[in-house]
Design a protein around this ligand. Structure first.
Ligand SMILES: NC(=O)c1ccc[n+]([C@@H]2O[C@H](COP(=O)([O-])OP(=O)(O)OC[C@H]3O[C@@H](n4cnc5c(N)ncnc54)[C@H](O)[C@@H]3O)[C@@H](O)[C@H]2O)c1
Length: 443
């Protein structure tokens, strides 16, 4: 690996935070996004020449992605790997031959030579592994979502309150430059009052993986079964609901949704089609939709304001006054009726101009092609914040700095996903339960 590649991950976000500091006042940025503290130039000096000793549990698809990222970081070394599935463990071992191999994560946690543990296992394993690793005195970075059940999430949150260990969940949008800057624009009023949010994630793929022998079906295709997965909500929506919470600085008070298996009727237990509405106390709503049998609309996180729309995932924003059609359709209709131009009724009138987003001129949250992502899935996308959040965690394994607000954001987003699933299962409106509210949440 070249010298240039080695420092790329850290330098990118560090430089960005520095630049943002010049533009807007670093203190203001860090005041609203305190988890970025680790990327300030001062913090970099604290690292000196130390290296965090990192172990991985779960060396499947996401675990291998993290290994590649870790290998490009300066301030870490990978000392141990754990997986119960030999083929994945072997691939990982090839990538880091110096690391000790384990098949029992509890055994691995007994090692005193590990500072931090990265967990990239199926969702049902998150809670036991996070809790065991914290109680073994390790710092922990766990993949999203937080856990499979609300009880587990609360147990993790309560344990975190009582520990001095670092705990991160991979809410990578919190470390994604375009989200950071877009949120700052929202919070300083660029799109006016937030009046709604629309998020969707559409793919056309069955989510299945080939299984070498039938008894491995549930282990390999864990995403499809309720004992190990919350389906589209915990796999995809958790990122997007976190974005809505971050934008509004509020948590929805209730949710109602419908979920179905519409297309992939292959024995799976989780929905392949979900539509939900989350409602804040103010009446502002998030509409959330995900479908994995049509990818036309891709993935978008839209925050809607009375003065504009921040389309964070695509790296663009649109201002209401830029709409090149002039008056909106409804204004045209009212004017026409007011002027008694009855011939130009909506259905027939050729002068009826469509109110679509195509009429808006895009502005770019950050200049530069690689920030633009027209609805494509973000997984594995360049600079989606995954490398940066992991790097921040590794740094925290050296400094001991707790990543502010990350656990709280992950907790809030995961709870909303699980409440969404409950609403779809029980086909009713669910209010956010009092027993799961935490002081961080504002409704
Ligand atoms: N943040 C993101 O954008 C993102 C992207 C992809 C996946 N993920 C998350 O990463 C996690 C893993 O997803 P994946 O796609 O890599 O799944 P995967 O099935 O490819 O990998 C999971 C690995 O965990 C191993 N494993 C299962 N139980 C284990 C145990 N008890 N001990 C040790 N190893 C065990 C499996 O053998 C497998 O190798 C999930 O929580 C998923 O939601 C997050």
């Amino acid at each position: 690996m070249s010298e240039k590649q080695v420092k790329k991950i850290d330098v990118g976000l560090r430089q960005f935070i520095k630049d943002m500091g010049y533009i807007t006042g670093g203190a203001a940025l860090l005041g609203t996004m305190p988890w970025l503290q680790s990327f300030t130039p001062d913090k970099l000096n604290e690292l000196k020449r130390e290296k965090a000793r990192i172990a991985l549990i779960g060396t499947g698809s996401r675990g291998q992605y993290h290994i590649h990222s870790l290998l490009s970081m300066e301030h870490i070394k990978i000392v141990a790997l754990c997986d119960i599935y030999p083929p994945n463990l072997e691939i990982a071992a090839t990538l880091c031959p110096q690391a000790k191999k384990y098949t029992d994560y509890r055994k691995m946690l007994e090692s005193p030579d590990i500072d931090g543990v990265v967990i990239a296992t199926p969702l049902n394993w998150h809670a036991p592994m996070v809790l065991d690793a914290l109680s073994a005195g390790k710092h922990v970075f766990c993949e999203k979502s937080m856990a499979l059940t609300m009880e587990q999430c609360k147990a993790i949150y309560d344990t975190y309150q009582a520990t001095d260990r670092v705990l991160y969940f991979c809410m990578q949008r919190m470390f994604d430059e375009k989200y950071i800057k877009g949120m700052q624009m929202i919070h300083t009023g660029m799109i006016g009052d937030v009046v709604g949010a629309r998020c969707h994630w559409f793919r056309n793929h069955d989510w299945r993986r080939p299984v070498p022998s039938p008894e491995l079906e549930k282990q390999i295709n864990w995403r499809l079964y309720r004992e190990s997965s919350g389906g589209l909500m915990t796999e995809l929506a958790s990122h997007q609901l976190e974005v809505c919470n971050w934008a509004t600085k509020r948590i929805p008070q209730s949710v109602v949704g419908m979920g179905d298996i519409v297309y992939w009727k292959d024995g799976r237990e989780v929905y392949d089609s979900v539509s939900l509405t989350y409602r804040y106390n103010s009446g502002v709503k998030i509409t959330y939709e995900s479908l994995i049998s049509n990818k036309f609309d891709g993935m978008e996180d839209q925050i809607l304001g009375n003065k504009g729309t921040m389309n964070l995932a695509t790296g663009k924003y649109f201002l209401e006054n830029d709409n090149t059609t002039g008056n909106s359709g409804i204004e045209q209709l009212l004017n026409q009726i007011g002027n008694k131009v009855f011939a130009a009724v909506p259905a027939a009138g050729s002068s009826w101009r469509p109110e679509t987003k195509k009429e808006y001129k895009p502005h770019y949250i950050i200049e530069g092609d690689y920030h633009i992502n027209d609805g494509l899935s973000m997984i594995g996308a360049v600079k989606d914040g995954s490398d940066e959040i992991l790097s921040s965690f590794c740094q925290a394994c050296i400094t001991g700095d707790k990543g502010k607000d990350i656990v709280e954001e992950a907790y809030s987003a995961t709870m909303l996903c699980l409440l969404g699933n409950q609403s779809m299962d029980e086909q009713r409106v669910i209010a956010f339960p009092e027993e799961y509210k935490i002081p961080y949440m504002h409704f």
